[in-house]
Design a protein around this ligand. Structure first.
Ligand code: CO
Length: 142
């Protein structure tokens, strides 16, 4: 697009698509059977109130997300919207400068600075109201 001031390499890949599910083990079984694939990672991220399971897709992942309790962001999402796509995680080279750029573009940030994600990554979330209703996560690999 002409006139954009985003450098072409701000986003280097889709890191993962996060899918909120009510029963994580049942969802993992369904994905495993449907795609004939084994999960590559499972992790409980206490400060986000989630337990996640990753399936590899090229260099990206499908991330199945279960809530650790009803009163968590994913728990509230499930209550309000039901199961389905919860967020899209974009991989960036430099999370701090990506956040500066989004801030400069007037994007509403949930996280003002990077925080630890799963797999040793650093992450930050931006508000769905800035991205047409989609919760956006930026991910920098560790
Ligand atoms: Co995520």
């Amino acid at each position: 697009m002409a006139g954009t001031d985003l450098p072409a390499d701000l986003l280097i890949d889709v890191d993962h698509v996060g899918i909120a599910v009510r029963d994580l083990d049942a969802a993992v079984d369904e994905y495993r059977r449907a795609f004939g694939a084994e999960p590559v990672h499972r992790e409980r991220v206490e400060d986000q109130g989630v337990e996640e399971v990753l399936f590899g897709v090229g260099t990206s992942f499908i991330q199945l997300l279960g809530a650790t309790a009803p009163d968590t962001p994913v728990g509230r999402f499930l209550e309000r919207r039901g199961e389905g796509v919860h967020h899209v995680g974009y991989r960036v080279r430099d999370l701090a400068s990506a956040l500066d750029m989004l801030r400069g573009a007037g994007v509403s940030l949930i996280d003002q600075s990077p925080r630890p994600g799963s797999r040793g990554t650093m992450v930050a979330f931006a508000h769905p109201k800035s991205f047409r209703g989609v919760l956006v996560e930026l991910v920098q690999e560790g």
